[in-house]
Design a protein around this ligand. Structure first.
Ligand code: HEC
Ligand code: HEC
Length: 263
């Protein structure tokens, strides 16, 4: 039960066989979970949390700053970045109380969503995010009711307790085992990222950024993206959550990927 608010960490192993396409659901609920948790919706909510306009049909990249942005002056980002849930609430969902706390160049002073997500029901989270809930906060143009439902599901069932799995000071996984993480990486990730992680370069030739770079620089971001996927990526990156992985497997893969080249 550790790691996800209100959900469970382990999905049935056979989910591996029925997913892969990234859009089918485990055919049976994981033991102990509510039969009604829609894991595809949870993962979709995680993609929205990362960069919603990449995955909302018909939405366009926002121009200008989010209306709440002017109420802080410490984070110097501007434009569409200020509209990402993660920019204000963090990859660890803990806002000013997490990795984006005082001393981070991304500090805003804004709160996280962690506590609210634990306390509130899916219905209450949905009501908060509906345009009538808090119009200044919810100025997101193009988010449909289905997207809000996905976000609420993600907040309730998809959040990973990063402080349990990452040592923030050393940016290393807690309880991750690189040897255990290599086989799942080679099976699910290497096809696109390469066995050495250098097949996809998110940076450029001068300043390369590989999956190994992200794992070292920002393990919380690595865990979030591996758990739910990469918004708008081509080819679409599978979600570990939907593929039936446990958080432990993600953390083991993080440990392995931290051994891969960063340049
Ligand atoms: C520009 C910064 C900013 C962005 C972007 C942003 N939020 Fe927030 N969020 C805040 C602030 C500030 C609060 C607290 C004030 C309030 O409740 O209105 C908040 C509150 C919340 C809460 C209530 C938390 C609680 O304790 O009940 C939720 C849920 C939430 N945000 C989810 C989201 C989601 C999902 C997104 C992306 C679609 C998002 N936020 C994007 C700044 C932001
Ligand atoms: C089907 C292909 C595919 C598979 C399989 C895949 N990825 Fe990805 N991944 C991508 C693409 C495409 C991107 C985005 C590249 C870009 O934005 O330039 C990406 C991006 C990422 C990023 C984010 C980089 C960033 O800074 O934005 C991480 C982290 C990542 N992948 C980890 C993994 C891990 C771990 C696995 C295995 C569990 C995996 N990926 C499996 C295609 C894939």
């Amino acid at each position: 039960m550790r790691g996800i608010t209100g959900g469970v960490v382990v999905l049935p192993a056979f989910a591996l066989m029925v997913t892969g396409s990234g859009c089918s659901l485990p055919t049976a609920p994981p033991p102990g979970a509510s039969a009604k948790v829609d894991w595809a919706s949870v993962a979709q909510g995680g993609l929205l949390y990362d960069k919603w306009w990449k995955v909302v049909e018909g939405a366009s990249e926002p121009k200008g700053n989010h209306p709440l942005w002017a109420s802080q002056s410490t984070n110097k980002a501007a434009g569409s970045a200020t509209w990402r849930c993660k920019e204000c609430h963090g990859w660890d969902y803990k806002g000013k109380d997490g990795a984006y706390g005082k001393g981070s160049r991304r500090y805003t002073g804004f709160p996280g969503v962690w506590d609210g997500a634990r306390k509130k029901s899916v219905a209450e989270l949905t009501a908060f995010l509906a345009s009538s809930g808090n119009p200044t906060h919810n100025a997101f143009t193009g988010l449909r009711a289905t997207d809000i439902a996905d976000l609420a599901n993600f907040l309730k069932y998809g959040l990973v307790d990063m402080t349990t799995y990452v040592d923030y000071a050393t940016k290393t996984p807690v309880g991750g085992n690189a040897a255990r993480g290599k086989p799942p990486y080679d099976t699910l990730c290497a096809a696109c990222h390469g066995a050495d992680g250098k097949k996809l370069n998110f940076g450029d030739a001068k300043k390369p950024e590989y999956v190994g770079t992200v794992a070292k620089d920002n393990p919380q971001e690595f865990i979030h993206k591996t758990w739910v996927g990469q918004p708008g990526s081509e080819p679409p990156m599978p979600s570990a959550l939907e593929s039936g992985w446990s958080i432990q497997q993600v953390v083991d893969v993080l440990a392995h990927v931290q051994t891969l080249p960063v340049k």
